[in-house]
Design a protein around this ligand. Structure first.
Ligand code: AKG
Ligand code: FE2
Length: 282
């Protein structure tokens, strides 16, 4: 802990810095309800948590931990890379390893900025990702994170005014990773405000369309500035790249950050288990 005296302003900034590393003296499975509450509070302030040095987390254990945060999301196969844990569809196998250990060649899943769960309706999109390292690639395989709260803070006054009542439309059929989904697996179109107050902190973050599809409407008219918003956001806010280590569990608040796979692992084996909770704040 930093003992230097800091100004109120600095203390506040530190209080909300993007991402925080947490080391627990026990397994996540042994946490008390109060501990989960404290972790949710930390997540609400920092957007991302990395719980380090956990022993390998089994799929069922990850599901049970996720369940303590909210409703566990079970995606249809077409929205989950068609690579879910056998018998446990709440666990998506992110990367290129099938359950039988074979490699799916040429996987480029999620190599674009996005908020998971933006295809759910407003109020149902407070989705928290739990990503657990299973097999770390010898090259590439980092996960990128952008701070959408800082993105909002750094907007010019004119852009902020322009985006104040802008919305995005998310059409699941246009999300590149869902191209193989069957029509019945696709949720209905969802419309969300671009300037989104967080349900716990009320802090506004930018809720942008993913950088692959780039749909953006304002009063149902195409808003041409969105690409420049994303560009300046990436340039100014800076990018955190998570370099995976054995035992990492990354917890990501999709309302406060965008994320993506930074790719580059080619056909080297790479696997994360992913489970998602839909959080309903108390
Ligand atoms: O592969 C990664 O690093 C992130 C993938 C992703 O976007 C996700 O699991 O939601
Ligand atoms: Fe994602």
């Amino acid at each position: 802990m930093n003992q230097e005296p800091v100004s109120h302003q600095e203390a506040r900034q530190r209080d909300r810095q993007l991402g925080i590393r947490v080391q627990l003296d026990r397994s996540v499975s042994d946490l008390a309800d109060d501990d989960i509450g404290s972790l949710l509070d930390l997540l609400a302030h920092h957007g991302v948590l990395c719980i380090a040095k956990q022993s390998p987390i089994a799929p069922r254990q990850l599901h049970d931990f996720c369940r303590r945060w909210g409703e566990v999301v079970e995606l249809p196969s077409g929205l989950a890379l068609a690579n879910q844990e056998p018998g446990l569809p709440s666990i998506t196998r992110v990367g290129n390893i099938r359950p039988d250990g074979s490699i799916i060649p040429g996987v480029r899943f999620a190599e674009y900025w996005h908020h998971d769960g933006d295809f759910w309706q407003p109020g149902q999109n407070f989705i928290v990702n739990f990503l657990s390292a299973v097999q770390i690639a010898p090259v590439g395989g980092r996960t990128g994170i952008l701070d959408s709260r800082l993105g909002y803070e750094m907007l010019s006054d004119s852009l902020r005014a322009e985006l104040a009542d802008a919305h995005i439309w998310v059409r699941a059929s246009e999300i590149s990773d869902f191209k193989k989904a069957a029509p019945h697996e696709l949720p209905p179109d969802a419309r969300h405000p671009v300037c989104l107050p967080h349900p716990i902190t009320q802090q506004i973050a930018l809720y942008l369309p993913d950088s692959a599809t780039g749909i953006q409407n304002k009063d149902d008219q195409f808003l041409t500035t969105v690409e420049s918003v994303i560009e300046s956001f990436q340039e100014k806010v800076g990018l955190y790249e998570h370099v995976w280590e054995d035992g990492d569990l990354l917890i990501v608040d999709n309302l406060q950050v965008m994320h993506r796979s930074m790719g580059g692992y080619g056909n080297h084996p790479r696997l994360l288990y992913r489970c998602q909770a839909r959080v309903v704040p108390a």
